[in-house]
Design a protein around this ligand. Structure first.
Ligand code: GLY
Length: 350
């Protein structure tokens, strides 16, 4: 005997991403703003001049990738229980990617899911992490291996927050932004190549283009069954680098910059990209002082670490490769020997 549960209903999870100065918002419910001491010190007063709620709480968790863990998620959840949050209550993620991912994850599991809003304060989180509903945390097995797809109700991107961003953080955001141009949009790459991103209007235009690109990918493949994996261009390599260096040497976007250079080396070996195109990408990254080389100590163990990637299976590793500039190719059948010889080229600082 079988009992069928018909669940083929369409749920509309659409939401708007505003790229402009914050506007006044009042929420007729309990709201908790989740942030870290650094962002709170710089910008909480500014945020509070726009946000009001029936009851408003601030939850502060420690700053840094090393705190993207169960303990911090528990801190958020405990505060929600203590303040008797219910299913109509809401969270606001106020910070960079770490805050956004953990707040979204806490929202996805608290009483089986409550609403949350993203207010990203770094360039990286404005152009990538806050958009698309990936939430999660790290554990002893790796980065973002625990999490859920849980879309925010809205994303408020206010470029004002970037005024206090350190130059390295800015570069890390540029790396995630150019990732979208290299894989999906040659014109966007050419725009970025000639753009003066220090100019606020130009930067706002670039943010808008990156967000539009990401939004169109997420709209086609929300849960990463195919196309969305393209947004992981450079990341297969970056995650190994971040692991090898204990997340201490490079910011995530910096590791992605090196990862894109490595992926391009594979693309060149496969004839998907020519040397000139690979050089253009490298020059662009160097313009933003992003690292473009890395000393691989052992190519074989570097290769074996790819199997821990969420996109890999026991049998094959998925590589996200650029085809020229502006197109992407997802490949599961690249020969080990070709990857090893591409990895062999890394070692000398360029
Ligand atoms: N950051 C990659 C994604 O959201 O799919």
């Amino acid at each position: 005997m079988q009992v069928n549960i018909p669940l083929k209903k369409t749920v509309d999870n659409s939401y708007d991403i505003s790229i402009e100065a914050l506007k006044k918002n009042h929420f007729d419910t309990k709201v908790a703003i989740v942030t870290n001491p650094k962002v709170a010190g710089l910008h909480l007063a500014y945020l509070l001049s726009f946000i009001s709620a029936k009851e408003l709480f601030i939850i502060t968790i420690s700053d840094g990738e090393e705190y993207k863990n169960q303990e911090s998620v528990d801190t958020i959840l405990e505060s929600l229980f203590n303040h008797r949050f219910n299913r109509k209550s809401m969270l606001i993620a106020f910070g960079g990617g770490v805050i956004g991912d953990m707040t979204g994850y806490a929202a996805s599991i608290y009483q089986r899911g409550i609403d949350f809003i993203q207010i990203p304060t770094t360039l990286l989180s404005q152009v990538d992490a806050s958009v698309g509903g990936k939430t999660g945390m790290n554990n002893a097995y790796g980065k973002n291996l625990i999490g859920a797809f849980h879309q925010p109700k809205a994303v408020f991107i206010d470029p004002y927050f970037l005024n206090t961003l350190a130059p390295r953080e800015f570069g890390a955001g540029v790396a995630e932004m150019v990732k979208m141009a290299i894989t999906f949009d040659k014109e966007f790459f050419e725009f970025l190549e000639s753009a003066e991103l220090k100019d606020k209007e130009v930067l706002a235009k670039a943010i808008k283009k990156a967000v539009q690109t990401k939004a169109s990918v997420v709209a086609k493949d929300e849960k990463e069954h195919g196309l969305r994996a393209a947004l992981n261009y450079g990341h297969t390599f970056a995650h190994v680098i971040e692991n090898e260096t204990d997340y201490k040497e490079f910011l995530h976007g910096e590791a992605v910059a090196i990862g894109m250079i490595m992926a391009n080396e594979v693309s060149v070996s496969l004839g998907l990209m020519n040397e000139d195109e690979a050089l253009r990408v490298k020059r662009f990254l160097q313009k933003y002082n992003l690292p473009t080389s890395y000393k691989i100590k052992n190519e074989n163990s570097f290769y074996e670490a790819f199997f821990l990637d969420k996109k890999s299976s026991d049998e094959s590793i998925t590589f996200i490769l650029a085809r020229g500039i502006g197109e992407v190719e997802i490949k599961n059948d690249v020969e080990r020997s070709l990857i090893i010889s591409a990895l062999n080229k890394f070692g000398d600082l360029i």
